[in-house]
Write a protein that binds this ligand. Structure first.
Ligand code: CP
Ligand code: NVA
Length: 311
Protein backbone atom coordinates (compact mmCIF):
# COMPACT_ATOMS: atom_id res chain seq x y z
CA UNK A 1 0.00 0.00 0.00
CA UNK A 2 1.16 3.53 -0.75
CA UNK A 3 2.47 5.51 2.20
CA UNK A 4 0.01 8.19 3.40
CA UNK A 5 0.67 11.65 1.95
CA UNK A 6 2.86 13.77 4.23
CA UNK A 7 1.05 16.49 6.15
CA UNK A 8 2.57 19.58 4.53
CA UNK A 9 2.00 23.11 5.87
CA UNK A 10 2.38 25.17 2.70
CA UNK A 11 -0.38 27.81 2.70
CA UNK A 12 -3.41 28.65 4.82
CA UNK A 13 -5.53 28.42 1.66
CA UNK A 14 -4.90 24.63 1.69
CA UNK A 15 -6.77 24.22 4.98
CA UNK A 16 -10.35 24.49 6.16
CA UNK A 17 -11.22 26.96 8.90
CA UNK A 18 -11.74 24.03 11.29
CA UNK A 19 -8.27 22.63 10.60
CA UNK A 20 -6.66 26.03 11.22
CA UNK A 21 -8.74 26.39 14.38
CA UNK A 22 -7.56 23.00 15.71
CA UNK A 23 -3.92 24.01 15.18
CA UNK A 24 -4.53 27.34 16.92
CA UNK A 25 -6.26 25.61 19.84
CA UNK A 26 -3.30 23.22 20.18
CA UNK A 27 -0.95 26.22 20.16
CA UNK A 28 -2.96 27.99 22.87
CA UNK A 29 -3.04 24.80 24.99
CA UNK A 30 0.72 24.34 24.72
CA UNK A 31 1.23 28.01 25.59
CA UNK A 32 -0.89 27.59 28.73
CA UNK A 33 1.06 24.47 29.74
CA UNK A 34 4.36 26.34 29.27
CA UNK A 35 3.08 29.25 31.35
CA UNK A 36 2.47 26.80 34.22
CA UNK A 37 6.10 25.76 33.94
CA UNK A 38 5.06 22.24 33.01
CA UNK A 39 7.04 22.00 29.82
CA UNK A 40 8.49 18.56 30.58
CA UNK A 41 5.02 16.98 30.71
CA UNK A 42 4.30 17.50 27.02
CA UNK A 43 7.05 16.08 24.81
CA UNK A 44 5.13 14.61 21.89
CA UNK A 45 8.02 14.95 19.41
CA UNK A 46 10.67 12.87 21.19
CA UNK A 47 12.83 11.16 18.57
CA UNK A 48 11.76 13.52 15.76
CA UNK A 49 14.17 15.74 13.82
CA UNK A 50 13.28 18.90 11.87
CA UNK A 51 15.64 20.11 9.13
CA UNK A 52 15.50 23.91 8.86
CA UNK A 53 16.63 25.11 5.43
CA UNK A 54 17.26 28.85 5.29
CA UNK A 55 18.08 30.34 1.93
CA UNK A 56 17.40 33.80 3.45
CA UNK A 57 18.05 35.41 6.87
CA UNK A 58 15.76 34.95 9.85
CA UNK A 59 15.66 35.74 13.56
CA UNK A 60 12.15 34.87 14.77
CA UNK A 61 11.33 31.95 12.48
CA UNK A 62 14.68 30.29 13.10
CA UNK A 63 14.67 30.64 16.87
CA UNK A 64 10.98 29.87 17.35
CA UNK A 65 11.11 26.62 15.32
CA UNK A 66 14.31 25.57 17.06
CA UNK A 67 13.00 26.24 20.57
CA UNK A 68 9.58 24.76 19.73
CA UNK A 69 11.16 21.48 18.61
CA UNK A 70 13.37 21.32 21.72
CA UNK A 71 10.48 22.04 24.06
CA UNK A 72 8.39 19.31 22.39
CA UNK A 73 11.26 16.85 22.82
CA UNK A 74 12.59 16.90 19.24
CA UNK A 75 15.81 18.00 17.56
CA UNK A 76 16.68 20.42 14.76
CA UNK A 77 19.29 20.72 12.04
CA UNK A 78 20.11 24.20 10.75
CA UNK A 79 21.00 24.24 7.05
CA UNK A 80 21.72 27.27 4.88
CA UNK A 81 21.09 27.10 1.15
CA UNK A 82 24.52 28.46 0.24
CA UNK A 83 26.31 25.82 2.34
CA UNK A 84 24.34 22.93 0.83
CA UNK A 85 24.87 21.33 -2.56
CA UNK A 86 21.70 23.25 -3.52
CA UNK A 87 24.04 26.22 -3.86
CA UNK A 88 26.06 24.20 -6.43
CA UNK A 89 23.10 23.18 -8.53
CA UNK A 90 21.73 19.99 -6.90
CA UNK A 91 18.02 20.01 -7.66
CA UNK A 92 15.47 20.79 -5.00
CA UNK A 93 13.72 17.51 -5.88
CA UNK A 94 16.83 15.44 -5.19
CA UNK A 95 17.46 17.46 -2.03
CA UNK A 96 13.91 16.67 -0.89
CA UNK A 97 14.35 12.93 -1.44
CA UNK A 98 17.68 12.84 0.38
CA UNK A 99 16.56 14.94 3.38
CA UNK A 100 13.43 12.77 3.65
CA UNK A 101 15.67 9.73 4.35
CA UNK A 102 17.29 11.51 7.32
CA UNK A 103 14.70 13.70 9.02
CA UNK A 104 11.02 13.68 10.00
CA UNK A 105 10.08 17.11 8.62
CA UNK A 106 11.62 19.91 6.55
CA UNK A 107 11.07 23.63 7.13
CA UNK A 108 12.18 25.91 4.29
CA UNK A 109 12.58 29.66 3.74
CA UNK A 110 13.21 30.37 0.08
CA UNK A 111 11.97 33.26 -2.08
CA UNK A 112 10.88 31.12 -5.03
CA UNK A 113 7.47 29.69 -4.05
CA UNK A 114 7.67 27.18 -6.91
CA UNK A 115 10.89 25.76 -5.46
CA UNK A 116 9.17 25.35 -2.09
CA UNK A 117 6.27 23.51 -3.77
CA UNK A 118 8.74 21.33 -5.65
CA UNK A 119 10.42 20.40 -2.39
CA UNK A 120 7.02 19.40 -1.00
CA UNK A 121 6.20 17.39 -4.13
CA UNK A 122 9.36 15.29 -3.83
CA UNK A 123 9.59 15.02 -0.04
CA UNK A 124 8.12 11.99 1.69
CA UNK A 125 8.02 13.88 5.02
CA UNK A 126 6.04 17.04 5.88
CA UNK A 127 7.32 20.34 4.45
CA UNK A 128 6.64 23.66 6.20
CA UNK A 129 6.65 27.00 4.32
CA UNK A 130 8.74 29.35 6.48
CA UNK A 131 8.32 32.28 4.02
CA UNK A 132 8.46 32.62 0.28
CA UNK A 133 7.97 35.72 -1.86
CA UNK A 134 4.35 34.55 -2.18
CA UNK A 135 3.29 33.90 1.42
CA UNK A 136 4.18 33.54 5.11
CA UNK A 137 1.54 31.26 6.63
CA UNK A 138 3.36 30.48 9.92
CA UNK A 139 3.41 34.22 10.68
CA UNK A 140 -0.35 34.56 10.36
CA UNK A 141 -0.98 31.62 12.70
CA UNK A 142 0.92 33.59 15.36
CA UNK A 143 -0.88 36.79 14.36
CA UNK A 144 -4.36 35.27 14.75
CA UNK A 145 -3.32 33.81 18.12
CA UNK A 146 -2.17 37.28 19.17
CA UNK A 147 -5.29 39.04 17.91
CA UNK A 148 -7.53 36.61 19.79
CA UNK A 149 -5.58 36.94 23.04
CA UNK A 150 -6.04 40.69 22.96
CA UNK A 151 -9.41 41.12 21.28
CA UNK A 152 -11.27 37.79 21.45
CA UNK A 153 -12.51 35.63 18.55
CA UNK A 154 -11.45 37.06 15.17
CA UNK A 155 -14.57 35.84 13.36
CA UNK A 156 -16.66 38.84 12.26
CA UNK A 157 -13.97 41.36 13.27
CA UNK A 158 -12.05 43.77 11.06
CA UNK A 159 -8.32 43.78 10.37
CA UNK A 160 -6.78 46.64 8.34
CA UNK A 161 -3.53 46.40 6.40
CA UNK A 162 -1.74 49.61 5.37
CA UNK A 163 1.31 49.30 3.11
CA UNK A 164 2.90 46.97 0.58
CA UNK A 165 0.56 44.08 -0.28
CA UNK A 166 3.35 41.53 0.14
CA UNK A 167 3.77 37.88 1.20
CA UNK A 168 2.54 38.52 4.74
CA UNK A 169 -0.60 40.22 3.42
CA UNK A 170 -1.27 37.24 1.11
CA UNK A 171 -1.42 34.92 4.12
CA UNK A 172 -3.72 37.41 5.90
CA UNK A 173 -6.06 37.17 2.87
CA UNK A 174 -6.03 33.36 3.09
CA UNK A 175 -6.81 33.57 6.81
CA UNK A 176 -9.66 36.07 6.27
CA UNK A 177 -11.35 33.62 3.89
CA UNK A 178 -10.93 30.65 6.22
CA UNK A 179 -11.67 32.32 9.57
CA UNK A 180 -14.45 34.68 8.41
CA UNK A 181 -13.13 38.11 9.30
CA UNK A 182 -13.11 41.32 7.25
CA UNK A 183 -9.77 42.40 5.81
CA UNK A 184 -9.38 45.97 4.55
CA UNK A 185 -6.22 46.53 2.51
CA UNK A 186 -4.83 49.97 1.69
CA UNK A 187 -1.86 50.09 -0.70
CA UNK A 188 -0.59 52.32 -3.48
CA UNK A 189 -1.94 50.99 -6.80
CA UNK A 190 1.58 49.91 -7.83
CA UNK A 191 1.89 47.71 -4.72
CA UNK A 192 -1.71 46.49 -4.45
CA UNK A 193 -2.68 42.84 -3.90
CA UNK A 194 -2.11 40.77 -7.05
CA UNK A 195 -5.21 40.22 -9.21
CA UNK A 196 -4.90 36.44 -8.75
CA UNK A 197 -5.08 36.84 -4.96
CA UNK A 198 -8.10 39.16 -5.15
CA UNK A 199 -9.81 36.73 -7.55
CA UNK A 200 -9.09 33.83 -5.16
CA UNK A 201 -10.57 35.81 -2.27
CA UNK A 202 -13.71 36.53 -4.30
CA UNK A 203 -14.13 32.88 -5.27
CA UNK A 204 -13.75 31.85 -1.64
CA UNK A 205 -16.25 34.45 -0.44
CA UNK A 206 -13.70 36.39 1.64
CA UNK A 207 -14.68 39.80 2.96
CA UNK A 208 -11.68 41.55 1.36
CA UNK A 209 -11.86 45.29 0.63
CA UNK A 210 -9.04 46.83 -1.39
CA UNK A 211 -8.51 50.59 -1.42
CA UNK A 212 -5.76 53.15 -1.90
CA UNK A 213 -6.98 55.17 1.11
CA UNK A 214 -5.33 54.23 4.43
CA UNK A 215 -7.85 56.25 6.48
CA UNK A 216 -10.78 54.45 4.86
CA UNK A 217 -9.15 51.06 5.46
CA UNK A 218 -8.64 51.55 9.20
CA UNK A 219 -12.14 52.92 9.82
CA UNK A 220 -13.79 50.52 12.28
CA UNK A 221 -10.71 48.27 12.44
CA UNK A 222 -9.92 46.15 15.51
CA UNK A 223 -6.30 45.76 14.40
CA UNK A 224 -4.02 47.83 12.19
CA UNK A 225 -1.23 45.83 10.54
CA UNK A 226 1.74 46.79 8.41
CA UNK A 227 5.10 45.40 7.28
CA UNK A 228 8.40 46.65 5.91
CA UNK A 229 8.50 48.66 2.70
CA UNK A 230 11.30 46.57 1.22
CA UNK A 231 10.89 42.81 1.59
CA UNK A 232 13.62 40.25 1.02
CA UNK A 233 14.27 40.08 -2.71
CA UNK A 234 12.84 43.56 -3.43
CA UNK A 235 15.12 46.19 -4.86
CA UNK A 236 15.61 48.93 -2.31
CA UNK A 237 14.44 51.60 -4.72
CA UNK A 238 13.56 55.05 -3.43
CA UNK A 239 10.32 54.94 -5.40
CA UNK A 240 8.97 52.33 -2.95
CA UNK A 241 9.56 54.81 -0.13
CA UNK A 242 7.77 57.58 -2.02
CA UNK A 243 4.84 55.31 -2.87
CA UNK A 244 4.49 53.92 0.64
CA UNK A 245 5.01 56.97 2.87
CA UNK A 246 1.25 57.85 2.82
CA UNK A 247 0.65 54.35 4.30
CA UNK A 248 2.96 54.81 7.31
CA UNK A 249 1.16 53.84 10.51
CA UNK A 250 1.34 56.89 12.77
CA UNK A 251 -0.71 58.11 15.74
CA UNK A 252 -3.18 59.89 13.45
CA UNK A 253 -3.87 56.69 11.49
CA UNK A 254 -4.25 54.67 14.71
CA UNK A 255 -6.72 57.33 15.96
CA UNK A 256 -8.87 56.69 12.87
CA UNK A 257 -9.28 53.00 13.85
CA UNK A 258 -11.38 51.75 16.80
CA UNK A 259 -10.22 53.33 20.09
CA UNK A 260 -9.06 49.92 21.40
CA UNK A 261 -7.45 48.80 18.12
CA UNK A 262 -4.16 46.94 18.42
CA UNK A 263 -1.11 47.54 16.23
CA UNK A 264 0.58 44.48 14.72
CA UNK A 265 3.78 43.97 12.71
CA UNK A 266 5.53 40.67 11.93
CA UNK A 267 8.96 42.33 12.51
CA UNK A 268 11.65 43.26 11.75
CA UNK A 269 10.32 46.87 11.87
CA UNK A 270 11.80 50.11 10.62
CA UNK A 271 10.79 52.98 12.91
CA UNK A 272 10.17 56.13 10.89
CA UNK A 273 9.39 54.18 7.72
CA UNK A 274 6.30 51.93 7.81
CA UNK A 275 5.54 52.78 11.46
CA UNK A 276 6.42 55.65 13.75
CA UNK A 277 8.32 54.94 16.97
CA UNK A 278 5.36 56.39 18.84
CA UNK A 279 3.02 53.66 17.56
CA UNK A 280 5.57 50.83 17.52
CA UNK A 281 6.53 51.46 21.17
CA UNK A 282 3.12 52.77 22.26
CA UNK A 283 0.32 51.21 24.34
CA UNK A 284 -1.63 49.81 21.35
CA UNK A 285 1.34 47.87 20.02
CA UNK A 286 1.34 44.09 20.60
CA UNK A 287 4.34 43.37 18.38
CA UNK A 288 6.43 41.55 20.98
CA UNK A 289 3.51 39.33 22.05
CA UNK A 290 3.16 38.60 18.35
CA UNK A 291 6.85 37.67 18.13
CA UNK A 292 6.56 35.42 21.22
CA UNK A 293 3.52 33.74 19.72
CA UNK A 294 5.63 32.53 16.82
CA UNK A 295 6.95 29.93 19.30
CA UNK A 296 3.51 28.78 20.40
CA UNK A 297 2.12 28.80 16.86
CA UNK A 298 5.04 26.73 15.56
CA UNK A 299 4.20 24.07 18.18
CA UNK A 300 0.64 23.75 16.88
CA UNK A 301 1.95 23.51 13.32
CA UNK A 302 4.67 20.98 14.19
CA UNK A 303 2.28 18.83 16.20
CA UNK A 304 -0.18 18.78 13.29
CA UNK A 305 2.58 17.84 10.80
CA UNK A 306 4.36 15.28 12.94
CA UNK A 307 2.05 13.64 15.43
CA UNK A 308 0.52 10.36 14.31
CA UNK A 309 -3.09 11.16 13.55
CA UNK A 310 -2.33 14.86 13.93
CA UNK A 311 -4.18 17.50 15.92
N1 CP B 1 8.59 37.69 11.17
C1 CP B 1 9.58 36.87 10.73
O1 CP B 1 9.37 35.91 9.99
O2 CP B 1 10.81 37.19 11.22
P1 CP B 1 12.20 36.55 10.78
O3 CP B 1 12.49 36.99 9.38
O4 CP B 1 13.19 37.12 11.77
O5 CP B 1 12.10 35.06 10.87
N1 NVA C 1 7.65 40.86 4.05
C1 NVA C 1 8.88 40.58 4.74
C2 NVA C 1 8.63 39.71 5.94
C3 NVA C 1 9.84 39.40 6.77
C4 NVA C 1 9.54 38.48 7.91
C5 NVA C 1 9.88 39.93 3.78
O1 NVA C 1 9.44 39.10 2.98
O2 NVA C 1 11.05 40.27 3.82
Amino acid sequence: AAAPAPRHFLDLSDFSGDEIRRMLDASADMKAIRRKGARAAERPLVGKTLAMVFDRPSTRTRVSFDVAMRELGGETLMLTGSEMQLGRGETIGDTAQVLSRFVDAIMIRILDHGQMLELAEHATVPVINALTKHSHPCQIMADVLTFEEHRGPIRGRTVAWSGDANNVLASWVHAAARLDFTLNVASPPELAPPASLVAWAQREGARLNVTTDARAAVDGADAVVTDCWVSMGDDDESHRHNLLSPYRVDAALMAAAKPDAIFMHCLPAHRGEEVTAEVMDGPQSVVFDEAENRLHAQKGILAWCLEAGGA
